[in-house]
Design a protein around this ligand. Structure first.
Ligand code: C5P
Length: 131
C-alpha cells in the first residue's frame, strides 16, 4: 500500500509555538494539534505545509527544518513535522480549527494534544527553549 504523508508545522513566532484546536471530526474535536494536512500526489511536503497553513490559518510561513521521526496515524497515513517561521499574517482558525494558542516553551503541556503530535511538540519545545 502507498503511504500518504500528513505534514504538520511547528510554527514559531517570537519564541512561542502555535497550537490549533480541531473542530472536526467529532472524535478529534477539542484536541490540539500542530496545523497541517495531507500532501497531494506530486507535491513537495514543504509546499504542502505552506499551502495548508495558508488555507487553514490565512498566514504565510516558511518551513525551516524537519523534526526527525515519523508517527503513524492509521494504516497508510504517517505524520511528519517541520518547524516553520511565521512570515506574515496573524493566524486565524479559518478551516478545521476553532481556537488557536501561542504557547511559550514551558506552556506546551497546557493543552490536550493529539497523542501522535506529542513527540514532535516535545522536540519543538526543546528547540524553542534552546533559542
Ligand atoms: O487535517 P487533515 O484532516 O487533512 O488531516 C489528515 C489526518 O491527519 C487526520 O486524521 C488528522 O487527525 C491527522 N493529523 C494529525 N496531526 C496533525 C495533523 C493532522 O494527527 N498535526
Amino acid at each position: 500500500m502507498d503511504v500518504r504523508v500528513v505534514v504538520a508545522g511547528a510554527v514559531f513566532d517570537r519564541g512561542r509555538l502555535l497550537a490549533a484546536r480541531r473542530s472536526a471530526p467529532p472524535e478529534l474535536a477539542g484536541r490540539w494539534e500542530l496545523p497541517g494536512g495531507k500532501v497531494e500526489p506530486g507535491e513537495r511536503p514543504e509546499d504542502a505545509l505552506v499551502r495548508e497553513l495558508r488555507e487553514e490559518l490565512g498566514v504565510e510561513a516558511e518551513p525551516l527544518e524537519r523534526i526527525p521521526g515519523e508517527w503513524p496515524l492509521k494504516p497508510g497515513l504517517v505524520l511528519r513535522v517541520w518547524t516553520a517561521r511565521l512570515v506574515s499574517g496573524e493566524p486565524r482558525p479559518l478551516e478545521d480549527h476553532d481556537a488557536l494558542r501561542w504557547l511559550a516553551p514551558d506552556e506546551t503541556d497546557e493543552v490536550d494534544w493529539l497523542p501522535q503530535d506529542r513527540p514532535a511538540v516535545g522536540e519543538a519545545a526543546r528547540m524553542l527553549a534552546a533559542g
